[in-house]
Design a binder for this molecule. Sequence first.
Ligand SMILES: C[S@@+](CC[C@H](N)C(=O)[O-])C[C@H]1O[C@@H](n2cnc3c(N)ncnc32)[C@H](O)[C@@H]1O
Length: 232
Amino acid sequence: MRRHRRRDVLISSRSLAEYRAMFGLSDADLTGAVLDCAAGGSSFVAELGPGADAVAVDPAYARPDVELAAALAGDTRRCADIAVEHADEFVWDWYRTPRRRDRMRAVAAARFLDDKAARPERYRAGSLPDLPFPDSGFDLVLCSHLLFTWADPLDLQWHANAVDELLRVARGEVRLYPLVRRGAGEAVPFLPALREHVRARGHRWSEEVVDFRFQRRAGVMARLVKGHLPAV
Ligand SMILES: C[S@@+](CC[C@H](N)C(=O)[O-])C[C@H]1O[C@@H](n2cnc3c(N)ncnc32)[C@H](O)[C@@H]1O
């Protein structure tokens, strides 16, 4: 594997509405402790607000906020360019128009930056596969647009280590979206091997069609239910 450089991966800012659709989230799913891993500029934690037990983690949070804001602005444009470059592989039934998508991303980025300044303790700097949390601390762990999206340069071994780590910090479920590569949304060749890796460790892996779609081939999320192996 080519060494994974943090700046290979774009920072994007999806909203709570996008997270609800991508991960099939109900209100009940959001009542426990929730981790948004690889949260980037997402407003998921900000929109849930002080009534929720939600935390975001991302390596980019080690950077000063002004630098983070500038990276978010540039990367949001680069994300929009990807949809133009692969226009045949994107569908607009969820966002409706590029303008509405851009507006959602801008509002989410602003909410994220405001909330991070107001509640810095909710935003932790950290990277897979080594998160700064104890075992089994979160009822639900979400990870959007890192695993699979960046299957080049992040290989099977990196993904196996990453899912092991996501399951370590979860006590309930881990949900992953999407299950295809960025851009044209090509299949990830090592997805079957990763499923087997998870199941061989006693966890459940299932896949569900979700309401959200932007990449044409990305209508499915993975739900990993943590298995609690009996002590020996
Ligand atoms: C495309 S963004 C997704 C952001 C957000 N989840 C969303 O859906 O808009 C990918 C994020 O992964 C973060 N990232 C890169 N390497 C990482 C790692 N090893 N562990 C955790 N996050 C990482 C990046 O900093 C970036 O914010």
